[in-house]
Design a protein around this ligand. Structure first.
Ligand code: DX5
Ligand code: ZN
Length: 217
């Protein structure tokens, strides 16, 4: 698939989502952070808003669910038409069953790992999933500093995926910017989420193009 840039609308103006998503028309994916005030100490949006986003854009929608009990809620996002549905490993009771359910509804299934969650135990899961999301900040907020300590985990994730020969994307999320994206790409990430680096820029299209060029170098 190659390099993909997925701007996070967490840093967008929530009162004007349609025009904010239009600003990132040349992105590969639109990353939507669903937070429930339980799994993370922040509350954003849920399925009704994701449905409205799906109806208002032709970009593939990448849902990152930072919620408790994804076993119950994640399949609904797949059913609604999300392209990727990613749940947290720390929150899922039955990750294999959940990943199968997400795929059954026609979406790609992703597993996200908080900074302190090791990636090695998920090697056995690779045939069941389509993406590993390595968080490089503690989930919950945009605009945090990139955690370099997570880089070896990106490398391990890439090694596991290469060994498997499967088409599993390695996504990195948190503090990804012009300063940090090359380190992520070097470590083996291929899908890059960027919130403040894209929405904080005057020219979002240029910010996306710059990130893409840096990741490809
Ligand atoms: C954080 C979210 C991220 C967030 C990234 O919990 O998962 O997607 O929007 O924002 P930046 O790129 O500003 O770190
Ligand atoms: Zn995210």
């Amino acid at each position: 698939m190659g390099i993909q840039i997925a701007p996070s609308i967490l840093s967008a103006d929530f009162a004007n989502l349609e025009s904010e998503i239009a600003r990132i028309g040349d992105a590969d994916l639109v990353h939507v952070d669903v937070m429930d005030n339980h799994f993370v100490p922040n509350l954003t949006l849920g399925l009704p808003v994701v449905e409205a986003i799906l109806a208002s854009t032709t970009l593939p929608v990448d849902c990152h669910l930072m919620i408790d009990d994804p076993d119950r809620w994640a399949p609904g996002y797949a059913e609604a038409g999300a392209h990727n549905v990613t749940f947290h490993a720390e929150a899922a009771a039955a990750p294999v069953r959940l990943a199968r359910e997400i795929r059954r509804h026609g979406a790609r299934a992703g597993v996200a790992l908080k900074p302190a969650t090791p990636v090695e135990p998920f090697e056995v899961l690779l045939p069941e999933i389509d993406m590993l999301l390595v968080m490089t900040v503690e989930p919950g907020f945009g605009g945090q500093g990139f955690l370099d300590v997570c880089l070896p985990k990106i490398r391990l994730a890439r090694e596991m995926v290469s060994r498997s020969g499967l088409d599993v994307w390695v996504q990195v999320d948190g503090g990804v910017s012009g300063e940090t994206i090359e380190r992520c790409a070097d470590a083996g990430a291929d899908v890059f989420v960027a919130g403040s680096a894209v929405y904080g820029a005057d020219d979002a299209a240029k910010a996306i193009a710059d990130l893409r060029r840096l990741a490809a170098d």
